[in-house]
Design a protein around this ligand. Sequence first.
Ligand code: OAD
Length: 246
Amino acid sequence: MMDPYRLAAAAIKSAASAVAVTGAGISAESGIPTFRGHGGIWEKYPPDEYATIDAYNANPDKVWKFWCDLATTLAGCKPNPAHYALAELERMGRLTAVVTQNVDNLHQDAGSRNVIEYHGNARWLVCPRCRHRDPLDLSQHGGTPPYCFCGTLMKPDVIMFGEVIPSEAIVQSALLVEKCNALIVVGTSAQVYPAARLPILAHQNGAFIIEANIVETDFTQTVTNAFLEGPAGETLPRLLRYVEQT
Ligand code: OAD
């Protein structure tokens, strides 16, 4: 068996464009729980109660409190070596963009510049009517969600189940993924569409798929060309070293 790191590094180095698609697993080592699986956020907070737009409209204070608690957790978290490895690949000119499903801002904190947020950003509020955005100020907004100056109840700027992905994110990521020659898929369970379609789209367009995860996913036996098994905080820095040294 060829060394998957060697294969992955060669694919990145020969790619005119390489793109990363990331999920909750890349932030696990920053202390942020993932969504699915044992100990995941959705185990304690069922999404139909806390993460659908209908739940928010029916019971805004309860759903608001959940997202403020999550934002409080996120505020105390820092990027880990996996985020820094992707930022360094971009700085070296080896990575065009990161498309992330995460709402934690840690890619930007690590220095990644071209970040497409597929599911929004939990540090912000948005008005569903006029799209006005405000930073979430936990000291002011702890109790109940504020109203926008247009009179509408604001919501966390995250995509809840039942909402559509912002069209900019859809279009930009589809263009990037269709054109890339190498795609690095990190820490996502491949369960949530349309984000889970991105690696399939890249594969159909001939891209080399590198997957970094602690376990195999639905991608691994179908579209993945090089599987980097283990915590992303170890596997991505190792991949970076291979790109630098081989
Ligand atoms: P999931 O919680 O579904 O999956 C996390 C993935 O990360 C799993 O495949 C884990 O095996 C993997 N993982 C865990 N720790 C890891 C580590 N240290 N290194 C590498 N991989 C690790 O999270 P997502 O796939 O991101 O949407 O979930 C997608 C969307 O579902 C989220 O964006 C969220 C959720 O509902 C919204 O909130 C809109």
